[in-house]
Design a protein around this ligand. Structure first.
Ligand code: SF4
Length: 174
């Protein structure tokens, strides 16, 4: 499925939110442990100092990760290009907004993908309506905080209701 805005990941418009917010454990995919909210030791400004050697340096989990455009959208849309690095007091709220926006984009991805399968006309109308609400909204921090107990729940219930129309592995990597 081609990814159109707003699911286009653009690290140049982000503030390295994944390298700050996410946790990982030393093992097959990562060479060391990192706690959530701890800037990665390889972060140099907004760049990864080992970007060209991630796999060789035991960090193939970083290569595989895609925020689905959530990071750049949070920085540009919710925080108008500001960053936790120049305004450390934004660190916590940016991490929270990033987590919520990832959930928004996962649902957009799911609803777009579901459109490739034959749904009842009413279900497809519901799918389009939910998708439009997610795609066209310009999110604020407080709205993102409410997302998981509001619209996300609606999308999840809808996805559950149409699961018989989708392939068995549809939800596996979502
Ligand atoms: S190794 Fe590089 S890409 Fe991976 S979390 Fe650290 S800074 Fe980010």
């Amino acid at each position: 499925m081609p990814r159109t805005a707003p699911l286009r990941t653009d690290c140049s418009q982000c503030a390295a939110l994944c390298c700050l917010a996410l946790a990982f454990d030393k093992g097959r995919d990562f060479a060391f442990d990192k706690n959530p909210g701890e800037p990665c030791r390889n972060l140099s400004g907004y760049d990864c100092a080992i970007h060209d050697d991630l796999t060789e340096r035991g960090m193939k989990g970083c290569v595989a990760y895609d925020c689905l455009g959530a990071g750049n959208r949070v920085v540009q849309e919710v925080f108008d290009g500001r960053s936790w690095q120049t305004e450390p007091r934004l660190t916590r709220v940016m991490i929270e907004a990033f987590a919520a926006m990832r959930e928004v984009h996962k649902r957009i991805d799911l609803l777009r993908a579901a459109g490739a399968f034959e749904l009842d006309p009413r279900d497809d109308q519901t799918r389009r309506s939910l998708l439009a609400q997610l795609e066209t909204r310009r999110w604020s921090g407080p709205e993102l905080n409410e997302f998981e107990v509001g619209l996300a729940l609606e999308v999840d219930l809808f996805a559950h209701a149409i699961r018989d129309r989708l392939p068995e592995d549809f939800f596996e990597d979502r």
